[in-house]
Design a protein around this ligand. Structure first.
Ligand code: OXD
Length: 336
């Protein structure tokens, strides 16, 4: 085992990540390539800083890639991994690793780990925040304030509601806990269907549709896999009660977008809170922007915090060098 395996960071905040990692791992050779955008991961052609003064950025980037045994990245554009012949391990800075697992350029022998960050807390705050916003009617009162109107609405409680959560992993479970703390009844879906303490009823990969008629709100927190793509289809949306609030913090591809638009237009869905989309950024002319029942955020439900991710990576780097099993390793066959 090489005692100081080379690391390449590829990220929109590549330089900041590199500096945070160098503080934690002073002996590790770490270079950064700055990406232009989160969505494409395309590189900004600036040279890795360890060879200042060089003006052949592209060839320096190629060197950084070809010598790196470890990659820390959110997303890299097609053609990148094929230039990383020494690559043995990829740590993704986010929760979802689908874009790496789907890449035909990633050799089967390369280890993939994901980050935990504080994503569980962030997602639970996002979900609870939007649910309370809708139940209290914050937006309605704001509008009434504009016209100096003193008018009361119904005041439904989260504590009287049932929330279904698809995916009871590191994102779904903390959300379930936060909701149960507030008194909501929580149902959940996990592949095995095995019971989870605190969750009223757990459904499996084959029985999950039976949960839908009981849900006042449905949270999609499952990873994107061959099994989950398109699972929220016409049938699933129809099975939800009239007025259900749908929240998607996973991947856009889990929902059939045409079916979603229809369910919003008809008013069958009360609201869809959407942080993720088939295409990101959501194209400017996409009909969801103008759909009044859609609440759109730009993939910010659980942002990666550099200091937290750097701690996680440094911990795993030390384990890698020591030959210990890596934390948060992904089962590439299962897809999460
Ligand atoms: C994700 C993330 O996986 O933002 O979507 O971490």
């Amino acid at each position: 085992m090489n005692k100081t395996p080379r690391v390449c960071v590829w990220h929109v905040q590549g330089d900041t990540y590199r500096d945070a990692l160098r503080e934690r791992l002073p002996d590790a050779p770490i270079e950064a390539i700055n990406a232009a955008t989160h969505e494409t991961g395309e590189a900004v052609l600036s040279a890795p800083d360890s060879r200042p003064g060089a003006d052949h950025a592209a060839s320096l980037i190629a060197d950084a890639l070809s010598s790196a045994e470890i990659l820390l990245a959110w997303k890299v554009p097609p053609g990148t991994l094929t230039n990383m012949s020494a690559l043995r391990w990829v740590q993704v800075t986010g929760a979802g690793v689908d874009h790496f697992l789907e890449s035909t350029e990633l050799p089967a022998t390369v280890l993939v780990t994901r980050s935990l960050g504080r994503f569980g807390i962030q997602i639970s705050e996002y979900v609870v925040g939007y649910l309370l916003h809708h139940l209290i009617g914050i937006n309605t009162y704001r509008e009434k304030q504009r016209s100096h109107e003193w008018a009361r609405n119904e005041r439904p409680l989260l504590a009287d509601r049932t929330v279904g959560i698809i995916g009871l992993g590191s994102l779904g479970l903390p959300t379930a806990t936060a909701l149960t703390t507030l008194g909501a009844r929580v149902l959940g879906v996990r592949h095995s269907g095995l019971a989870v303490p605190g969750i009223d009823d757990v459904f499996s990969a084959t029985s999950w549709r039976n949960m839908l008629p009981a849900c006042d709100a449905l949270v999609i927190a499952a990873p994107k896999t061959v099994e989950t793509v398109g699972m929220i289809d016409h049938g699933a949306l129809d099975a939800l009660p009239e007025g259900t609030i749908l929240i998607n913090i996973s991947r856009g591809e889990l929902i059939d977008e045409d079916a979603l638009l229809e369910a919003l237009e008809s008013g069958h869905l009360g609201a869809a809170v959407l942080d993720v989309f088939d295409t990101e950024p959501l194209p400017e002319d996409h009909p969801l922007w103008d759909q009044s029942r859609a609440w759109i955020t730009p993939h910010i439900a659980a942002p990666s915090e550099i200091e937290v991710i750097a701690d996680e990576f440094a911990n795993n780097y030390r384990r890698y060098v020591a030959g210990d099993p890596l934390l948060n390793a992904v089962d590439r066959g299962r897809g999460y």
